[in-house]
Design a protein around this ligand. Sequence first.
Ligand code: ATP
Ligand code: LTN
Length: 336
Amino acid sequence: MKRVFSGIQPTGNLSIGNYLGAMKQFVEMQDDYECFYCVVDLHALTVMPTARSLHEGTLDLAALYYAVGIDPHKANLFLQSHVSEHSELSWLLQCISYFGELSRMTQFKDKKQLIESSKKGSQSITAGLFSYPVLMAADILLYDAEVVPVGQDQKQHVELARNIANRANQLIKDGVFVVPEPLIPKIGAKIMSLRDPSRKMSKSDPVDASRINMLDTPEAIMTKFKKAKTDSENLIKYDPVNKRGVSNLLEIQSLCTNKPISVLEAEYENSGYGKLKTQTAEAVIEFLKPIQERYYELRNSPEMLEYLKLGADNARKIARKTLTRYQNALGLVSRD
Ligand code: ATP
Ligand code: LTN
């Protein structure tokens, strides 16, 4: 079986964008791949969360992974900080990563710009934020993962992981790392903000109305969709370049109902935006209901912690082997 790795940061409120772009694929892949999924708590440290928000956010995200359908008997879900090999390999990889390539990461450039234009200024751009894509490469390479399911915005980071793997194979030892491939869904790879459909829906956007959180109440979901920004044409057509708001609603509804976009376009041929918004809200409410129920059952259950422990034990076995392989290839003297 091919091996898969992916992760999500426990920062902010998980949105339907994270689900449709990433988690939905994680669930679909469980039967056909050996899967390692991770709550990347060490990544979350790059934005300096409070201890409480990191702690609670980590457990919230783990419960959501199981609630959307990650089966602990099929896939290995674990917390990144429970497998210390991630931090160890990250350092080793930093020593073959270039300042120039990290400076070109668009997510870093965007976050840097955002911080610099805020009151905090450049003092709060941490080295962690800069080198974070190397930790992500370590996450992937530790598991010899061939496939990495992610949303569109993470493609560049997976490409960096490929470059680092190829470099290690050339400079250190041929075949020391498996070169991973990103897997990006055809529809849903970039769900847009409901307030500004030119930007992606983001779980750390300060404007809550910009996104549907996985745990939003039915009332909140209805209100957010009713206020979703569209355009003034009043024509329901899938055109993600010129009609971003309407196309975003069609994508969300299509993914939540399993109806192809072309079928929805035909159904809405003589309708206005009001109906599209209300029915998209209804589809999302219906879709999230069982997920929310499972989430509340699991969030404080002792089983969840047991599952996470088992996931980390399985992950550590593989991670240790890969780390040792790379340490030996580098010439580090083994302790045993
Ligand atoms: P943040 O706002 O905290 O940076 P985020 O919402 O971008 O967070 P991540 O933890 O960076 O979320 O991403 C987790 C996964 O969800 C990644 O695979 C990412 O590509 C995917 N993803 C994030 N936002 C979207 C979106 N709007 N549409 C589709 N996929 C998304
Ligand atoms: N950087 C990713 C989260 C992430 C990830 C990974 C995704 C961390 N490590 C490994 C895929 C594979 C993000 O979404 N911000």
